[in-house]
Design a protein around this ligand. Structure first.
Ligand code: AMP
Length: 218
């Protein structure tokens, strides 16, 4: 039975390659140079789909891919329905944070109960975070370049993924609150796990061992 793995280009793809190697699988084409969206591997029974990061859970949920790798941010926004999430891979680590213009007094605005305008791609995470704090927010859904919103008066703050913080600094924004740590997870279609367990289990275990070794190093 063939296996289909869904990955996104960039950091997740690069950080997943060593995990695949640990399972004895080599991806034989580079998605950065190939225009193919279905990549072969050294195992004729395993192929890799290259999809948008936020689409990985959808492909796996519907069984178009048997398994995939997706960030916790993407999984929380998706809801995780139909997905088995056996392993935190400790890759593509970053954090979800609230950021605002350098001069904006976020603490005081929150304390005074001001209604905040928050721009974000991550509306579920943001809604839950501010609801827990009891802060009233008007969420403004964006699909990218969130950093721009406070600079042009579209919002008071943003909720976005931060890694080194250099994108925020370059746009005169400061991180005012950390919401959660983010890393990528292995996700498996629940039906595929039952039907293709013999094929999937050794790969899940190899991923588990390789990511535990990586976590122990960091
Ligand atoms: P940085 O300048 O290093 O803080 O990176 C910030 C930008 O890179 C964010 O706006 C994100 O779009 C992107 N980014 C960095 N790390 C990740 C990650 N692990 N997952 C998704 N996006 C990321």
């Amino acid at each position: 039975m063939d296996l289909i793995l869904a990955l996104s280009k960039g950091r997740i793809f690069e950080d997943t390659l060593p995990l695949l190697e640990a399972a004895g699988i080599t991806v034989t084409e580079n998605p950065e140079t190939s225009r193919k969206l279905i990549l072969p591997t050294s195992d004729p029974g395993i192929r890799v789909l290259i999809v948008r990061a936020s689409d990985v859970p959808t492909y796996v949920q519907h069984g178009a891919a048997d398994f995939g790798v997706a960030g916790k941010d993407v999984l929380l926004e998706h809801g995780g329905e139909g997905l088995y999430q056996p392993v935190d891979l400790h890759i593509a680590k970053c954090r979800m944070s609230v950021a605002a213009r350098a001069g904006f007094d976020y603490e005081t605005a929150v304390r005074q109960g001001a209604r905040l305008r928050v721009a974000t791609k991550f509306t579920s995470i943001a809604r839950e975070h501010f609801a827990k704090k009891g802060v009233h927010v008007d969420l403004i859904k964006l699909y990218g370049s969130m950093e721009l919103a406070p600079l042009v008066g579209l919002s008071d703050a943003i909720v976005d993924v931060v890694s080194t913080g250099s994108t925020l600094r370059a746009n005169n924004l400061v991180e005012v609150e950390e919401i959660m740590d983010i890393s990528s997870r292995l996700v498996v279609n629940q039906a595929a796990l039952k039907m293709k367990r013999a094929r999937l289990q050794p790969i899940i275990e190899a991923f588990e061992r390789a990511s535990a070794a990586k976590a122990a190093q960091s």
